[in-house]
Unconditional design. Sequence first.
Lengths: 442, 318
Amino acid sequence: MFDNLSLKIDKAIKNLKGQGSISEINVASTVKEIRRALVDADVNFKVAKDVTDEIRQKALGQNVLTAVSPGQLLTKITNDELTRLMGGQNEDIKLTGSPAVVLISGLQGSGKTTFSGKFARYLKSQGKQVMLAACDIYRPAAIDQLKVIGEQVGVEVYAEPENKDAVKIAKAAVKAAKDQGKSVLIIDTAGRLAVDEEMMNEIANLKKTLNPSETLFVVDSMTGQDAVNTAKTFNERLDFDGVVLTKLDGDTRGGAALSIRQVVDKPIKFISTGEKMDALERFHPDRMANRILGMGDVVSLVERAQQAYDEEEARILSKKIRKNQFDFNDFLSQLQQIKKMGNLKDLVGMIPGVGKMVKDMDIDDDSLKPIEAIIRSMTVGERESPEILNGSRKKRIATGSGTTVTEVNNLLKQFGDMKKMMKMMNKGGGKRALSAMNPFGR
Amino acid sequence: MALFGKLFSKEDKKNLDDGLKKTKENFFSRLGKAVAGKSKVDDEVLDNLEEVLISSDVGVQTTVKIIERIEERVSRDKYLGTDELNHILKEEIAALLAENNTEDLEGLSIDSDAKPYVILVVGVNGVGKTTTIGKLASQYKSLGKKVVLGAADTFRAAAVEQIMRWGERVDVPVIAKGMDTDPSAVAFDAVKYGVEQDADIVIIDTAGRLHTKVNLMNELSKIKRVVKKVIPEAPHEVLLVLDGSTGQNAVIQAREFTKATDVTALAVTKLDGTAKGGVIIGISDEFKIPVKYIGVGEKVTDLQFFNKMAFVDSLFEE
Ligand SMILES: Nc1nc2c(ncn2[C@@H]2O[C@H](COP(=O)(O)OP(=O)(O)OP(=O)(O)O)[C@@H](O)[C@H]2O)c(=O)[nH]1
Ligand SMILES: Nc1nc2c(ncn2[C@@H]2O[C@H](COP(=O)(O)OP(=O)(O)O)[C@@H](O)[C@H]2O)c(=O)[nH]1
Ligand SMILES: [Mg+2]
Ligand SMILES: [Mg+2]
């Protein structure tokens, strides 16, 4: 219990001393770590580099809070930046014309047909008259698949199984939709590779002929580094309006979302989270940022610390530590601050790498209670100068706090050790021992 | 180049060359940039090399491993010319692959004692399982083998129709019980039919499933158990199909599907695109499962054997 507490204080001291703000030095290893996290999450190598370089610039000189390390703060800044990069201009689907045509495009197996069905269902629930058109004339049973899906969602499917011309089928579908007074026509197309010139011409022709009010690019969220090439080519040929990310019900980190967003600057409009027709959601940039970075715990730790942070108090504390005047009054207010941040075990557990360690450990908020009670039973004078505590004073404090003299002595000893350490650190020693505690400083 | 088994003709070989060319050119143009104007392998070159590998989906861990090996070589052999870089890089990656002690396939490997030889095909959604089955069926058939397909994807819309079409195209029987039926029962029937008809090979298609879905993974284990009721040694092969454009999630897929079904072989599809297939190196490095096939297109003939030396060669040949 004391160990954990002193670890907390050590961290606070460390952050105040020498690492009080984000500098080139203390940021370098964290930036590397974040870049690696992004690349591990399949963010394109170049995109990860650009983004982290930018974040480094933004972060330099920012003040670090007592309760978090520069690395943790940088993680939070990264998270905010990713959210910003993937958000914004989240326009709705444009549906103009009668019928409004929505063209679906993407690689093989990305989830186009399934999304077409889901989107038809979604629009239908908004009271729209929807029709689906089966323009995948290549994949075996692609038309049957769309027909089954159409039936599931109760939307009519226009198909010409014998026709081998996707553009002609699509044109006929527009006419049929118009004749039947449908308001939206969704065109499902075959999967194609960006390097397949013939197939890319086909979809470019579909776009040119139909003049869709919305063209969507459907991409598998498990896609790796190649996502940028594909998105770029499809965008060059189609100038699509938005992106649909699929298969997010799995455990992929989904870095392709950031890559694509950076490369083509088109909004991500929907996410697909399952094989069933109702598994369709709007895109939330903050959730996606969290998922890609994979450090949501750190982010919420910093958020809580920021909420609890009292700048003035921290400044005074810093000064006191430097002058070796840190006393029990300061200790008590540190305890308050930790308590304000919430559950102690949660807080400790949020430090990357520590979570598993403390899972079975017994650190609840109650473990701070006796310490707090002992300090509260001291007079202000005693808190300032604990050396005046003699046997009878200790007895009084133990009784007042409902503890024993041994516990009071233990606390005094821990406190003394702590002050010794602070003194040492003020002299510049102890750096090594501390750097081992920085979860990012590998 | 020994990339292909005896099975495939010269024209087929050309298909793969074409398919891999994009990969190759891309890799080399970037590697070329990495060494341009440098007289020896320095830090900058290694940094650029790192970028080349990472952007090929090799993964951070494996890339670091490769870079470390090359750094070692550089410090050992001191002066390394850029001319030597390709050679050394190839050597080091090959060494990494060779550590797996897996044998490359020379021809379609069916244990002739196992009759029928049962292959269970698994993987996440949309990776190309059914297509790969169609291609395999065609290859085996052209070898004069008697093939039976089992339509055990009873979940995805029109999945049964899709494999039936392949059956017609390739002219092999497909055992199906319709949509929304118990996939284990379909697998059972298919294997039983294979035994009755004295077939050489039974290939069972399954519905795509994400490895995170416990129920669906259990369903696969069940299919395996039920198949064993007909032939205790079956399935003789569990083929995990991976999409070549998948990033690092492919490694988790390999791990989780192996846990559920003891995967014995991998197929990597869609390598006819711009995806580099570097994921193969990453996975070969971690698992002892051989990559047997690669998919390089949607046609029946667009299936090739994977040969790791040849694969590395084809990346680094000029
Ligand atoms: N788990 C999961 N599976 C999905 C999702 N979206 C689609 N799928 C599955 O992924 C596979 C491919 O989906 P399709 O909709 O057929 O993809 P497509 O892009 O039309 O494929 P092609 O027409 O063959 O190019 C199917 O098995 C779908 O059930 C999703 O969000 N989550
Ligand atoms: N370009 C290309 N497309 C492929 C390849 N293998 C499969 N596909 C396509 O990928 C999509 C999904 O394949 P499918 O066999 O239905 O996947 P399954 O859901 O895993 O059974 C289909 O459109 C196939 O035509 C390949 O090697 N190259
Ligand atoms: Mg489709
Ligand atoms: Mg299938």
